[in-house]
Design a protein around this ligand. Structure first.
Ligand code: HAM
Length: 458
């Protein structure tokens, strides 16, 4: 094979094309499940979708993410286009969202805006399990509100997506990195401290000492970890306003019974943050265990030439969410096949079935048909692989008698139906199933609410 996907990227394909367990996170059924859960939750929280281009002027990321960060220094896919423009495939979604917000003067429409997005991001990182060069992020950005409630709302939104998917064992860590002023004082204190231990630091950390000393706190190297453990804490450098905000955030999290840990070394790898930062990690993943992270970035919009508005958001790696989902709820990897699968025998039946197929679909029923005319055994094997529910083999005899056999593929049971009533029969079946589901949901809800049969809800 001459062409292969480049390193660190992957295809998302139907589940039945994936043989290996470790490839299952690429099943399109799981991506659709995740995407629809995200859409539902964002709708409930009042976040509206924004879609920005996959590439932006490089300068946007230098200015926002920061030119000493790993993303900008080592990981961007930057190029010059044919018009000599310096462009970059977006490594993250916050800066593009703010660019779009400022460009459209959305602040003039309303002081508050809440956006969500889903899509690919590009970072030239060393690929490993849970880390890709094209990964997908689901993110939200809430603009215009500086209240602690806004911070907790976005954390709650992320956790609601995880809860709706049935994920458990996730840990929430929060920290405050204060205002740029607090951070400057802290930065100097850190430099002083690390200078005293310079010989014991790794080369990487030594290099970061002048350019971005806060990033040393993030080091995963045992050598650095020992020194970081005794480093000054940012929490001792927060001004009154930041401390008060941080304390409110913690109280609100407690109020919503969201368990969390305060992690003073949590600084995050992008420059635009201030005050609250947070991360959600999963024990189900290996080294790349962060399923989402974000924080406040009150100065960014103004820095990019927009109005002085506060904002907060997060980004969450969709591959990682799906990997946790697969570990904790493997039954989610399920592909739903068509309700009806038509197998015509001969040209006359093929012609009849083609119209029947159209009629079934017109009624909103999922249906497929064999166009190939291969041997029936082969077609049935294909229908089975597709997970079809009911199979109808239709030849001249069925057309003449108006009687067809329906086969339930899962059980092998058969029954006889009238060909001319097939669409109605299928509709009745679907309606009955729907009724049963509605009844059982209603029964569950009344049991939860403790309602008796005679009670009415006003
Ligand atoms: P980030 O922490 O760089 O933040 O990325 C957010 C999430 O994307 C991570 O927690 C992780 O789940 C996932 N992720 C990042 N890089 C990769 C990768 N190479 N492969 C797989 N997953 C990855 C941001 O990007 C900020 N824009 C988040 C934000 C939004 N802050 C405020 N608003």
């Amino acid at each position: 094979m001459k062409y292969k996907a480049t390193r660190g990227v992957f295809d998302i394909v139907p589940l039945r094309h994936l043989q290996k367990v470790e490839d299952r996170f690429r099943a399109s059924e799981l991506w659709q499940l995740l995407e629809s859960t995200i859409r539902d939750v964002c709708k409930n929280f009042g976040f509206l979708e924004i879609r920005t281009p996959l590439f932006e002027p490089t300068e946007l990321f230098l200015r926002s993410v920061g030119n000493t960060t790993d993303i900008v220094c080592k990981e961007m896919y930057s190029f010059e286009d044919r018009g000599q423009r310096q462009l970059t495939l977006r490594p993250e979604g916050t800066a593009p969202t703010m660019r779009a917000f400022i460009e459209a003067h959305l602040d003039q429409q309303s002081p508050e805006h809440k956006f969500f997005y889903m899509g690919p991001m590009f970072r030239y990182e060393r690929p490993q399990a849970g880390r890709y060069r094209q990964h997908h992020q689901f993110g939200v950005e809430a603009i215009g509100n500086s209240q602690a409630e806004q911070d907790v709302e976005v954390v709650d939104l992320l956790l609601t997506v995880f809860r709706e998917l049935g994920l458990s064992n996730l840990a929430v860590y929060i920290n405050s990195i204060g205002t740029p002023n607090c951070r400057n004082t802290y930065r100097n204190a850190l430099i002083d401290y690390f200078k005293q231990h310079i010989d014991a630091l790794t080369d990487d950390s030594r290099q970061r000492l002048e350019s971005n000393p806060l990033r040393i706190l993030d080091s995963k190297e045992a050598q650095d970890i020992a020194i970081v453990a005794k480093a000054p804490s940012i929490l001792d450098f927060l001004n009154e306003e930041s401390l008060e905000h941080f304390s409110k955030v913690q109280n609100l999290l407690k109020q919503l019974k969201i368990p969390f840990g305060v992690k003073p070394t949590l600084v995050r790898g992008l420059d635009y943050y201030n005050k609250t930062v947070f991360e959600v990690v999963s024990g189900a993943l290996g080294a790349q265990n962060s399923v989402g992270g974000g924080g406040r970035y009150d100065g960014l919009i103004q820095d990019l030439g927009g109005p002085n508005l506060p904002a907060i958001g997060f980004g969450s790696g969709m591959e990682r969410i799906i990997q946790v989902l697969l570990q904790q709820r493997p039954e989610s990897a399920r592909s739903e096949g068509p309700l009806c699968f038509l197998v015509p025998i001969g040209e006359r039946a093929k012609n009849h079935c083609f119209t029947l197929l159209h009629k079934l679909r017109k009624q909103g029923l999922s249906a497929q048909m064999d166009f190939s005319g291969r041997k029936v055994g082969k077609i049935l094997a294909h229908a089975d692989a597709l997970n079809a529910e009911f199979v109808f083999v239709i030849g001249d005899q069925e057309l003449d008698s108006d009687e067809i056999q329906v086969k339930v593929l899962r059980t092998g049971q058969t029954a006889t139906l009238s060909l001319s009533c097939l669409v109605e029969e299928m509709l009745t079946l679907v309606a009955l199933r729907h009724k049963r589901i509605v009844e059982s949901v209603a029964a569950e809800a009344s049991a939860e609410l403790g309602l008796k049969e005679t009670d009415t809800i006003n």
